[in-house]
Write a protein that binds this ligand. Structure first.
Ligand code: IMP
Ligand code: MG
Length: 178
């Protein structure tokens, strides 16, 4: 299944599973007695989201959002827009936005700013991965799975040109590999 551009496994299934358990436990404790709306940022976060929500033991509803950034390849350009909005009214609600990776931070900064205008009771961000060395805007996730070096990664929902989302672990991708 792997081609030579997929260089090596950075995070194994076992590591992902263990860390997802930990994040879900923290979320379950932090939101005890609350009702939660969890928003999956499509498409990259869908695999992580599906695993995460099944480990959370407070009542929750799920919603989805699609953000598109202009630009292609392995970087995010400056402007992000919402191409599919959530269906719920989040005003007064406890909301967690779930993303695959925080890279420059532009996507999540834009999304959280926009969602905050709808007056949720609270809004936090959970991301599987974080590349802090790539940040262009000031942004921090509230629940972060793994902090990783500046490498392009694929698998477990993350893609390169829409490929590799189905790999079960997080792998380093090298476009010039043969
Ligand atoms: P940001 O706006 O730069 O933080 O970019 C976030 C988005 O860029 C993520 O939701 C991913 O879709 C994409 N992205 C950033 N780094 C990677 C990566 O290493 N692999 C796959 N997608 C990535
Ligand atoms: Mg994404």
């Amino acid at each position: 299944m792997y081609d030579k551009k997929v260089e090596k496994v950075l995070i194994t299934r076992e590591q992902i599973e263990k860390r997802t358990d930990e994040l879900a436990k923290r979320i379950s404790e932090d939101y005890k007695g609350k009702r939660l709306i969890m928003i999956c940022v499509l498409t990259g976060a869908m695999v992580f989201f599906a695993d995460l929500i099944r480990k959370i033991d407070v009542p929750l509803e799920v919603d989805t959002i699609v953000a598109s950034s202009y630009g292609s390849g392995t970087t995010t350009s400056g402007s992000v827009r919402i191409s599919k909005d959530i269906k719920y009214d989040i005003s007064g609600k406890s909301v967690i936005l779930v993303e695959d990776i925080i890279d420059t931070g532009v996507t999540l900064k834009t999304l959280t700013k926009m969602l905050m205008t709808r007056a949720p009771e609270s809004l936090r961000v959970c991301a599987l991965l974080d590349k802090p060395s790539r940040r262009k805007v000031d942004f921090e996730g509230d629940y972060v799975g793994f902090s990783i070096p500046d490498e392009f990664v694929v698998g477990y929902g993350l893609d390169y040109a829409e490929q590799y989302r189905n790999l079960p672990e997080v792998c380093i991708y090298r476009p010039d590999g043969e």
